[in-house]
Design a protein around this ligand. Structure first.
Ligand code: AKB
Length: 309
């Protein structure tokens, strides 16, 4: 990895991961790509890139002699239901453009999949790596098809493509992606701001979660891993903890005052209800030594301290 391109560099994961990549030894250039959300004060090489434009992608890869791509940009679950064409183009067409470039320029590629690949038929607790996948959301369908596309390109062109299945992420900033798991971050932020949160999911809902810092570190670790057991073109399950909404609220209440009320959003309730409560992460642990660093309590403290800066 010498010349690296990051899409979604200013989004939820990218804004944490890009500075980590910039600090890696031996890196010559990190090209941070954004579309409509490029911050004014960013230090480093920036390109404005619409990932739905294959010519623009090719030209930025050629211009900067890119050898590695972190293709992070994605429309998340709630937003994808609102504009299916945009979600398909952003999540799946763009992946195919990068895969074609990976085959042409021999790039190493990272692509994030999601727990949304699972559907109602999967085992709810400790959902296995491999099962029958029947996602009920367009987002989940793009992620499931994307995993298969990556496996196909890996095999057909002998590429080095690495993937993880991310759970809902907790961070100190709510980005515009529109995730069904946004309640977890929003609850901590609301406790800080006005001690009140109205939740769109039921108190018993339980989803796999992790801190965005752990997600960024995992992405870096899998891309740097030279473990002989690492399976390329394979999406590894990741999660750090899986409290119910009520248990999350209780954990926040140990450090901040909080009252939670409920106004259920039927659409998001159905989306969350189709996902597993928790994931089997054994493959990531065994194949490339992954372990989460931050507990739920650490993550809550981290959001509070990041937000108080
Ligand atoms: C979402 O909530 O849409 C995402 C996800 C769980 O993949 N964060």
């Amino acid at each position: 990895m010498k010349n690296i391109l990051v899409t979604g560099a200013f989004g939820q994961i990218g804004s944490v991961l890009t500075p980590l990549i910039q600090k890696l030894p031996g890196i010559e250039k990190v090209v941070a790509c954004g579309h409509s959300n490029i911050p004014a004060g960013f230090t480093g090489t920036v390109e404005q890139l619409d990932v739905r434009d294959p010519q623009a992608i090719r030209s930025v890869i050629r211009k900067h002699h890119i050898d590695t791509v972190f293709h992070l940009v994605s429309k998340l679950s709630t937003t994808s239901e609102q504009d299916s064409a945009l979600a398909w183009e952003t999540n799946l067409d763009s992946l195919r453009y990068f895969l074609d470039c990976a085959a042409e320029f021999d790039l190493r590629l990272f692509w994030p999949s999601s727990i949304a690949v699972y559907g109602p038929s999967a085992q709810k607790d400790n959902a296995p790596q491999q099962t029958y996948f029947n996602p009920i959301t367009l987002y989940g369908i793009t992620k499931s098809a994307g995993e298969q596309l990556c496996a196909y390109y890996t095999e057909r062109f002998n590429l080095d493509i690495r993937m993880v299945r991310l759970p809902a992420l907790m961070s100190s900033q709510l980005h515009t992606g529109g995730g069904t798991g946004d309640y977890a971050s929003a609850m901590v932020l609301s406790a800080m701001e006005n001690t009140q949160y109205t939740c769109y999911l039921h108190a018993e809902t339980r989803l796999p979660l992790m801190a965005v810092q752990d997600a960024a570190q995992a992405i870096l670790d899998i891309m740097l891993s030279s473990s002989p057991k690492l399976k390329k073109g394979f999406a590894y399950n990741l999660e750090a903890f899986h409290p119910s909404v009520q248990e999350l609220a209780d954990a926040i209440k140990t450090v901040l005052p909080l009252t939670v009320s409920y106004e259920i959003d039927e659409k998001r309730k159905d989306i969350a209800g189709s996902w597993p409560n928790s994931l089997d992460t054994t493959a990531a642990q065994e194949d490339w030594g992954w372990h989460p660093q931050l507990t739920l309590e650490d993550t809550i403290q981290r959001i509070i301290s990041d937000r108080s800066r």
